[in-house]
Design a binder for this molecule. Structure first.
Ligand code: SF4
Ligand code: SF4
Length: 273
């Protein structure tokens, strides 16, 4: 069944007209798909790591057995357009953030319906009743379901200096997930630790994302979520949102023109710390 679900997600991403720029190419390339057991102890640990407000799969769907997760890689053309920018995201990046995420919601609903048609129960946590974003004094901006943490549990990547997830297709992507009562074989987590794919964490080198951030939100100490939030949700849409014709623009400068942009970066053997 994991093969059928992966095939259906890949088919939908490949064929849906919603995954396309107006009159142009796709927002997202062929996705990666992974599976986590709903009972994986990680989901309970997330309550300690993220906050008690973070929901377990069981809290989202009574009788939950599995979490289906996917990575929608931003296309090379869009990544290249954002590489050329230093202050504001490119138009293609902003359209992908806005319309691509609308498509991601369509994919969430599609997979729920597809599973229900086959007699299973399913819920997309980010579209579920009770999902909310909040500002927690301990962890900053957070939500009741982290797609990044679900994708980590499903073996799809590891965390980075800039608080994102570096997957087999890099760091420039959108993520999604659906919780179901269908029992599915979990995808093994093969990385030696939860930050392995980031060169800074792995060998103390790189740090390229620090210099890419126009908001001063990144440093060797990590990611200042408040500075990033103010830039991504206020400064950028306030400056280029109208010109691009979208409310959500993203930023993504720290996810492009960096070694982890489209792949897991190879070791340099250098230590810059
Ligand atoms: S640019 Fe370098 S330091 Fe920053 S997240 Fe990517 S691999 Fe890590
Ligand atoms: S998304 Fe933009 S503002 Fe936030 S850390 Fe990355 S470059 Fe900085």
């Amino acid at each position: 069944m994991v093969g059928m679900i992966s095939t259906e997600i890949r088919r939908f991403v490949g064929e849906s007209p919603e995954n396309r720029f107006s009159g142009g190419g796709p927002y997202f390339d062929d996705p990666l798909v992974g599976f986590a057991a709903a009972g994986d102890p990680l989901f309970r640990e997330y309550k300690g790591i993220i906050g008690d407000f973070h929901r377990t799969p069981e809290e989202i769907l009574a009788g939950a057995a599995s979490v289906v997760c996917w990575v929608l890689p931003v296309t090379r053309a869009t990544r290249e357009s954002n590489r050329r920018e230093n202050r504001w995201p490119s138009r293609e990046w902003a359209l992908t953030r806005h319309h691509g995420e609308t498509f991601n919601n369509t994919l969430r609903r599609h997979l729920v319906a597809w599973l229900e048609e086959r007699g299973h129960r399913a819920v997309a946590p980010q579209l579920a009743e009770g999902w909310r974003q909040l500002e927690d004094p301990a962890v900053g901006i957070a939500s009741t379901w982290s797609e990044r943490h679900a994708a980590y549990a499903a073996g799809l990547g590891t965390f980075s200096l800039n608080d994102a997830l570096i997957t087999g297709r890099g760091i420039a992507h959108r993520l999604g997930s659906v919780v179901t009562d269908l029992v599915l074989a979990p995808t093994p987590r093969t990385a030696p630790d939860y930050r392995h794919n980031c060169l800074w964490h792995r060998e103390g080198s790189c740090g390229a994302c620090i210099g890419r951030c126009p908001a001063g939100a990144l440093s060797r100490q990590g990611h200042d979520k408040r500075k990033c939030r103010d830039y991504v949700y206020d400064a950028v849409p306030g400056t280029v949102g109208e010109r691009y014709g979208v409310a959500q623009t993203g930023c993504g400068l720290c996810q492009t023109r960096v070694p982890c942009e489209g792949e897991v970066p190879r070791a340099t053997g250098r230590t810059d710390s």
